[in-house]
Design a protein around this ligand. Structure first.
Ligand code: 13P
Ligand code: SF4
Length: 385
């Protein structure tokens, strides 16, 4: 048994926590109010399974590592954003139901065939970081950044955590998409073709990637809310320009959390996500995507202790899945769940599946055709890395 205290792990904290059940018909909302009992949960599970039986091969469920237990236990595939985008590309089911956030479902819609339909159980599941780089804002910034160094070829790279219009913009300007598992390869790809990289929207992933490539002395930060603050010389000198976006879940981790966990568990290894601040990544033993975090715990020897610096649901899953490993959340009670991810309430899953089984589609994610082709090109460039 993992000797972690369940009571601590069941504490779910979030800065902006809310459940939005407004789109649900009343009978499904009531299911949530009553779902504290095991009997009600068992009933909901039975309903989900019945709908899945009826839909058979017509549906595939993809579940991101940060989804709740009640979602991942129904997923055909669980993984990081990169693995799920590959699964979406390979899927031949008519319906791809995405347990994740809007930008992931959009990418699935871009990658799947035109006769496949992508469903996001709750439309409120939007990653705040993806919203920090809006295409209009990026257009304006691009003019200023390119004007500061007209002699250089600048390649824009957007993190997967961005909307389709920004992915399309990057393709149009000769760039591509990356996830946390292949950002270094995307940077290398870009430097083979150009002189500079503009990386959006996560400055921490960008900075951590620059360090991985030994380019940490060549960074300038671009503040989209105060573009005049950046002087043109600094932009001209930098090889990597980082958009000032961040993930509030991962920014919360500090180097003190690592010191504290090492104090309490001197034998602990620490693994963190590259969306964490630089000093946190420097103090950790391993850094990697949610797939890497999953793998290090899977490959741990019995009795090892791993402190997990990422969204709390993944730490909870790893603890449940690996009884022989001591899994501890890096910042204890202060570890956050992602409010966007948690919008995928299991009652929404029940609703969309029962409706699909009855021949009715809800919450279909459809990327505008004018963006689809270019955004698809940016994703294909990533999948070929
Ligand atoms: P991964 O690509 O590592 O799954 O991360 C996605 C994400 O949103 C992390 O916050
Ligand atoms: Fe977005 Fe952060 Fe949530 Fe990932 S954990 S989906 S980056 S808000």
């Amino acid at each position: 048994m993992a000797n972690m205290e369940t009571a601590t792990f069941e504490t779910e904290l979030s800065l902006f926590k809310y459940d939005n059940l407004e789109q649900l018909p009343a009978s499904y909302r009531e299911l949530t109010e009553a779902d504290r009992t095991r009997r009600i949960e068992a009933d909901r599970t039975r309903r989900i399974e019945a709908a899945l039986d009826e839909l058979g091969d017509d549906v595939v469920i993809l579940g991101h590592n940060y989804q709740r237990r009640e979602i991942v236990e129904h997923a055909d595939f669980i993984g990081d954003s990169y693995a799920l985008s590959k699964r979406a590309a390979e899927a031949d089911a008519e319906y791809v139901v995405f347990g994740g956030v809007t930008f992931m479902a959009e990418s699935a819609d871009i990658i799947t065939d035109d006769d496949q339909t992508v469903v996001l159980p709750c439309m409120e599941a939007s990653c705040p970081m993806a919203g920090m780089a809006e295409a209009l804002q990026v257009d304006a910034a691009w003019e200023q950044i390119t004007a500061a160094d007209p002699a250089s070829e600048i390649i824009p790279i957007t993190y997967m955590n961005s909307y389709a219009d920004l992915k399309a913009f990057c393709a149009e300007q000769g760039g591509l998409v990356c996830t946390s598992s292949n950002a270094h390869k995307a940077f290398e790809w870009a430097f083979e073709r150009g002189d500079k990289v503009l990386f959006l929207p996560d400055k921490h992933l960008g900075e951590n990637t620059a360090h991985r490539l030994g380019m940490e002395d060549s960074i300038a930060e671009w503040n989209p809310w105060d573009p005049e603050a950046k002087d043109a010389d600094e932009l001209e000198d930098a090889e990597i320009v980082l958009w000032d976006g961040y993930c509030q879940v991962h920014e919360r981790f500090t180097a003190d959390h690592i010191a504290q966990v090492r104090d309490e568990h001197p034998e602990a290894n620490v693994v963190v996500h590259p969306e964490c601040r630089r000093e946190v990544v420097e103090a950790a033993d391993v850094v990697g995507s949610t797939a890497t975090i999953t793998e290090v715990v899977e490959n741990a020897d019995p009795g090892e202790t791993w402190a997990i610096g990422t969204e709390i649901h993944l730490a909870k899953h790893l603890d449940r899945w690996h009884d022989d490993v001591n899994v501890v959340p890096l910042c204890g009670d202060a570890c956050m769940d992602c409010d966007a991810m948690r919008q995928i309430d299991p009652n929404y899953l029940t609703w969309v599946l029962e409706e699909l089984a009855a021949g009715r589609e809800h919450n279909v994610i459809e990327v505008a055709p004018e963006e689809k082709e270019l955004a698809g090109l940016a994703l294909d460039r990533m999948l070929e890395l």
